[in-house]
Design a protein. Structure first.
Length: 148
């Protein structure tokens, strides 16, 4: 898969860890990077076409460091999955920088229902192993490893 292709949103990294799944997410800007990282989490959790976007979850986060903000964002998605028993298929993220990075996120999905949705991996946590956010040429890239 060509990582310089604008249509590339994320790719899964095989053979990085046994009880973990690794992926890279890409974006032309920070909003797109965060949205694509969330989409990778969503796809790892369930087949997106089996989820109806009938419920919304909104939250705000802030952090002085961009990589910590992404970590917190993905961890919040997993917290909502576990605490509200939900899976998601759509995300809208807006990041603003003014001394700190501030994120507003809206997730759309539904309550977990194995009779309707095809569930995949039950992600336990985002790990710090290999976790990285950086700008490469004209795009942003994040490397994420999740514990399953």
């Amino acid at each position: 898969m060509n990582i310089n292709n604008d249509k590339t949103k994320y790719k899964f990294l095989e053979d990085v860890a046994i009880a973990d799944i690794a992926f890279e997410a890409y974006g032309k800007n920070l909003n797109e990077l965060f949205e694509n990282a969330a989409l990778a989490i969503f796809e790892l959790s369930a087949e997106l076409e089996t989820i109806d976007a009938v419920k919304k979850e909104e939250f705000e986060l802030e952090n002085e460091k961009l990589d910590n903000l992404l970590y917190d964002f993905l961890s919040e998605i997993l917290f909502l999955k576990d605490s509200k028993y939900m899976v998601f298929k759509h995300v809208h993220a807006t990041i603003k920088e003014n001394k700190k990075y501030k994120l507003k996120a809206v997730l759309e999905g539904d309550k977990i229902n194995p009779e309707v949705q095809h569930l995949e991996n039950d992600i336990k946590a985002v790990t710090m192993h290999m976790f990285e956010v950086k700008k490469e040429k004209n795009q942003w890239k994040a490397t994420v490893v999740v514990d399953i």
